[in-house]
Design a binder for this molecule. Structure first.
Ligand SMILES: *Cc1c(COP(=O)(O)O)cnc(C)c1O
Length: 383
C-alpha cells in the first residue's frame, strides 16, 4: 500500500478524513457542532476549548487545505472576503501593497473603501508585466497580491519571476489561487508566502456554500494569521467545513471536466461570427498561453468573450436557457455574467474602460454539463 506522502493529490483528496475518527471508523468524518468542550482538570485540555479557537471538523479541513497547497498552516473562513480581511489586518497603517489591476471587484472594494481609510494603501498594477510590478515597489511596500489568471480578462502573471522579485525586495508574496485551485496550480512551489481562496468557487464547487481560506507557507506566519482569525472570529462553521471536505473529494474530477469543456467552448466561440474576442489562456494566441503551460497543469474553466455590441450582450443574457445569468463561478452549473455591471461594478468607470471591462464583455464560468449542450445554449442566445 502507498503511504500518504507518496500518494497523488487525487487520491489524497478522495481519502480526506477516512480513518481519522478512530473510535467509530467513520468513512465520512463527523460534524462537531459543539460550541465548547469539557476540560479534564484545571490547566488541562482535550486540545479543544471553544469552537472559534478550534473545532475538529474545521481542523480536518484546515489541515487538508495546507497539505493541498503545500503550506504549513491552513485556515478556513466564512467567505473569501473574510479571509482577505483577516489577511489585510496583518498589515499596519502606513503600509503599502501592490495588487493585480485585473482584480476581483470585491477585493478592490475592500482595499479602496475599507482599508485605505485605515491607512493601508494599494497600487493597482498590471501583474502580467514584471517591470511594472518592480517599478511600483516603494519603501513602504510590504506585499504583492496577485490573481492569476486575472478576473475577468484571464491575464497570466509569471509566478516564478514575481516570487523572485518578492524575495529580493523582502515582500510578502500572496497569490489568490481561486481560479485554478491546487489541482492545477500550486503557487507555493514558486515562492508564495500566502495562498488565498474563495472556497465558494471551485473548492466548494456546487454553488451552495460560501467560504474562504488562507494557507501560510511558514508555521510562524501561520501562527500570526491564526491569531488574527481567532481574534476577529470569521471562522467557517462546522457544518460548512464538513460540506467543503465533501466537495474537495471530487475536486480533481471536476477540474478535469471544467478544463476540457472550457477549451472546447473557447474554440467554438472564437469561430462565432458575432464574437469579436475570446479570452482564455488555453487558446494558442492568448498572450499568457506558454507561461500558463509552464506554471499550471491546466487552463481552468473560466473564459470571457466580447460580442459585437452591448445590446447583444444584454439580449444574450436574457435568452440563456441552460446557463444561468448569475454572479459567482467555479460550480458544476454553468454561469454567465456581465462583469462591467455585476462583479466589477464597484470599479470606477474610467478604470473599467482602461482595463477593457466594457458592457459587451461577458464572463462564462463553464460548468460540467455536456459541452455540446452549453455550446447549443450559447449559439441560440447569440443568434
Ligand atoms: C469570489 C472571489 C473572492 C471573494 O470570495 P467570497 O467567497 O465571495 O467572499 C475573492 N477572490 C476571487 C478571485 C474571487 O473569485
Amino acid at each position: 500500500m502507498t503511504t500518504k506522502q507518496t500518494q497523488t493529490l487525487e487520491t489524497r483528496l478522495v481519502q480526506l478524513g477516512v480513518g481519522r475518527d478512530e473510535r467509530t471508523g467513520a468513512i465520512s468524518f463527523p460534524i462537531y457542532p459543539s460550541a465548547t468542550y469539557r476540560h479534564p482538570g484545571v490547566g488541562e485540555s482535550t486540545g479543544y476549548d471553544y469552537t472559534r479557537s478550534g473545532n475538529p471538523t474545521r481542523e480536518l479541513l484546515e489541515e487538508a487545505l495546507a497539505e493541498l497547497e503545500g503550506g504549513q498552516r491552513g485556515l478556513a473562513f466564512s467567505s473569501g472576503m473574510a479571509a482577505l480581511t483577516t489577511l489585510f489586518l496583518h498589515f499596519s497603517s502606513g503600509d503599502h501593497i501592490i495588487v493585480s489591476e485585473d482584480l476581483y471587484g470585491g477585493t478592490y472594494r475592500l482595499l479602496a473603501q475599507v482599508f485605505e481609510k485605515l491607512g493601508l494603501s494599494a497600487s493597482y498594477v498590471d501583474t502580467t508585466d514584471n517591470g511594472a510590478v518592480a517599478a511600483a515597489v516603494t519603501t513602504a511596500t510590504r506585499a504583492l497580491l496577485v490573481e492569476t489568471p486575472g478576473n475577468p480578462l484571464l491575464g497570466v502573471a509569471d509566478l516564478e519571476e514575481l516570487g523572485r522579485l518578492c524575495r529580493e525586495r523582502g515582500l510578502l508574496f500572496i497569490v489568490d489561487n481561486t481560479f485554478l485551485t491546487p489541482v492545477l496550480q500550486r503557487p507555493m512551489e514558486f515562492g508564495a508566502d500566502v495562498v488565498v481562496h474563495s472556497a465558494t468557487k471551485y473548492l466548494g464547487g456546487h454553488n451552495d456554500l460560501c467560504s474562504g481560506a488562507l494557507i501560510a507557507r511558514s508555521a510562524e506566519l501561520g501562527e500570526r494569521l491564526y491569531f488574527l482569525q481567532n481574534s476577529t472570529g470569521a471562522v467557517l462553521p462546522p457544518q460548512e467545513c464538513w460540506l467543503l471536505v465533501r466537495s474537495l473529494k471530487t475536486l480533481s474530477l471536476r477540474m478535469e471536466r471544467h478544463c476540457a469543456n472550457a477549451l472546447q467552448i473557447a474554440r467554438r466561440l472564437k469561430a462565432h461570427p458575432k464574437v469579436t474576442a475570446v479570452y482564455f489562456p488555453g487558446l494558442e494566441d492568448h498572450p499568457g498561453h506558454e507561461l500558463s503551460k509552464r506554471q499550471a497543469s491546466g487552463f481552468g474553466g473560466m473564459l470571457s468573450f466580447r460580442v459585437e455590441t452591448p445590446e447583444l450582450a444584454r439580449t444574450a443574457l436574457k435568452r440563456l436557457r441552460l446557463i444561468s445569468f448569475a454572479e459567482s463561478l467555479g460550480g458544476v452549473e454553468s454561469l454567465m455574467t456581465l462583469p462591467a455591471v455585476q462583479t466589477h461594478g464597484d470599479i470606477p468607470p474610467e478604470e473599467r474602460e482602461r482595463l477593457g471591462i466594457c458592457e459587451s464583455l461577458l464572463r462564462l464560468s463553464v460548468g460540467i454539463e455536456s459541452a455540446e449542450d452549453i455550446i447549443a445554449d450559447l449559439e441560440q442566445a447569440l443568434a
